[in-house]
Design a protein around this ligand. Structure first.
Ligand SMILES: Cc1cc2nc3c(=O)[nH]c(=O)nc-3n(C[C@H](O)[C@H](O)[C@H](O)COP(=O)(O)OP(=O)(O)OC[C@H]3O[C@@H](n4cnc5c(N)ncnc54)[C@H](O)[C@@H]3O)c2cc1C
Length: 454
């Protein structure tokens, strides 16, 4: 394949397999993914994106779009095709008077957090700051502020998109509203987003952090978590986890490498209410570790970054869960007791509060009637442990099927087949197929959780 014409038409660097940077350039976050693209174009602007799309189309090349490269299934890259890497596009413009931000698609969550925090503002993202804003937003976006502010897409005002035919359009409530509806949860199926416009919220400092309890107390803790968070203040968010305590600061030595259960909290309400809000939790059962602290939003959103650097073996799957029955809790405990590595975990992320206040057909993201997304994560630094963490994750996922609500979340999926993609969108699926057929009839954008045109 001759890439000369693409190279000449673009400002960004084009990395081919004979380039010494190629092996570094083709890496993605999950080390289980080892793809060899024909070329990687580091896009400098929307014109580069357009040239890339048209070149791939003309030459019948697979086209992958890479934001932060964090996708578990490795959908930001491909074999033998063209990868459009958005990472050079990192401009962020903040309008602090109107509390809005324009964010280019190559930013990570950490970069967005840092820029908005300087103005005392924020947009809700995810819990690891190295994740790409693009993939996270297009799939929905769940994090510490979901109960209070909704999903990341619920804070999206519009986007600028390069379409399959090379046209560059703005979409929002007025312009291309069908496209705007579809990209809020429908992933990268409809075009390449080059810029997002977000509504910002004036939250700067929160009172947040983990509390741990003994594994033997997990049943009681899970029941408490279920009961307590149902009625909890909208300003209080907590995700439940089974985890292995990392061997290092700030954890006391006697807890290092110990399997525990815990809840990571985030309270966004007034400082004078902090003690009052956390007291009933401490009264329920004194935690063996309690690190609620005053912390800036970017600090909270990067609290666990060091535990999850790029380059580890990563396998994960997720369920929607609405109820923690005795049998469901017992099943969870049996897998919590057998966590296969320091980095493997399960989290129950709340998707209630503000998320439930929108109808399930208001955006492509449909699962607004569920209580938690349970993500089951098998992770280890060593390739030799790949099977071990994968098998644990798969068995845990299978054992939870009887307790799960049918449905999937595309951001927490591996390649799991067409039925799981359909169930991610339920009654919104047919509308998405119609929009896909209108904007990408030839399925140029198919390296994703693919919605096929009719
Ligand atoms: C450590 C870690 C923590 C995470 N935490 C959370 C979390 O707290 N909450 C949550 O909701 N999710 C979370 N995720 C999941 C994450 O949202 C998804 O993996 C998401 O796909 C990552 O986006 P990315 O841009 O980094 O990925 P990439 O691999 O670059 O891309 C992912 C998908 O998005 C598409 N895409 C990327 N950029 C664009 C673009 N500009 N235009 C169109 N399509 C594009 C790609 O084609 C691909 O299909 C986490 C993932 C990891 C690995």
């Amino acid at each position: 394949m001759n890439f000369e014409s693409l190279k000449l038409s673009c400002k960004g660097q084009l990395v081919l397999p004979d380039n010494p940077q190629y092996d570094e350039a083709r890496k993605v976050y999950n080390a289980m993914i080892d793809k060899h693209p024909a070329a990687i174009l580091f896009c400098q602007d929307e014109e580069d994106v357009k040239h890339g799309i048209l070149f791939a189309k003309e030459n019948k090349l697979d086209l992958a779009i890479r934001g932060g490269g964090h996708n578990g299934a490795g959908l930001g890259t491909c074999d033998a095709g063209l990868v459009l890497d958005m990472s050079p596009m990192k401009q962020i413009e903040i309008d602090s008077d109107n509390k809005t931000a324009k964010v280019q698609a190559g930013c990570t969550l950490g970069e967005v957090d840092k820029a908005t925090h300087e103005h005392g503002l924020m947009v809700p993202g995810g819990i690891i700051s190295t994740t790409g804003i693009a993939g996270l937003t297009l799939g929905g976006g769940i994090g510490y502020f979901t109960r209070k502010l909704g999903l990341t897409i619920d804070n999206l005002l519009g986007a600028r998109v390069v379409l399959a035919n090379g046209q560059i359009v703005n979409c929002n409530a007025i312009q291309h509203p069908d496209l705007f509806w579809a990209i809020r949860g429908g992933g990268g199926n409809f075009g390449v987003v080059v810029q997002f416009a977000f509504k910002l919220s004036p939250i700067s400092i929160v009172h947040a952090g983990p509390m741990f309890w003994e594994l033997e107390d997990a049943k009681e803790v899970m029941k408490f978590f279920d009961r307590f968070t149902k009625e909890a203040d909208i300003d209080l968010y907590g995700f439940f986890a089974f985890l292995v305590v990392p061997p290092g600061d700030p954890f006391p030595k006697h807890l290092h490498n110990k399997k525990v259960c815990g809840i990571v909290w985030n309270y966004t309400g007034p400082a004078q209410r902090v003690e009052e809000v956390y007291q009933p939790i401490r009264d329920f059962k004194k935690p063996i570790f309690d690190l609620i602290m005053e912390i800036p939003v970017p600090g909270l959103n990067s609290l666990f970054d060091d535990l999850y650097p790029a380059g580890y073996q990563w396998y994960w799957k997720a369920h929607y869960i609405n109820e923690l029955t005795d049998a469901c809790i017992d099943t969870n405990i049996s897998f919590g007791e057998t966590l296969p590595s320091l980095h493997s975990t399960t989290h129950f992320y709340p998707i209630d509060g503000k998320v439930h206040q929108m109808a399930s057909d208001e955006t492509a993201w449909v699962n607004r009637d569920n209580r938690w997304v349970q993500v089951i994560v098998g992770v280890d630094p060593e390739p030799v442990n790949k099977e071990k963490v994968t098998n644990w994750c798969r068995s845990y996922y299978d054992a939870m099927i009887p307790f799960a609500i049918k449905g999937a979340y595309v951001n927490f999926m591996m390649k799991e087949g067409e039925e799981r993609i359909r169930s991610s969108y339920r009654e919104n699926y047919d509308k998405l197929v119609g929009i896909k057929t209108k904007y990408d009839p030839d399925n140029i954008f198919h390296i994703n959780q693919n919605i096929k045109p009719s």
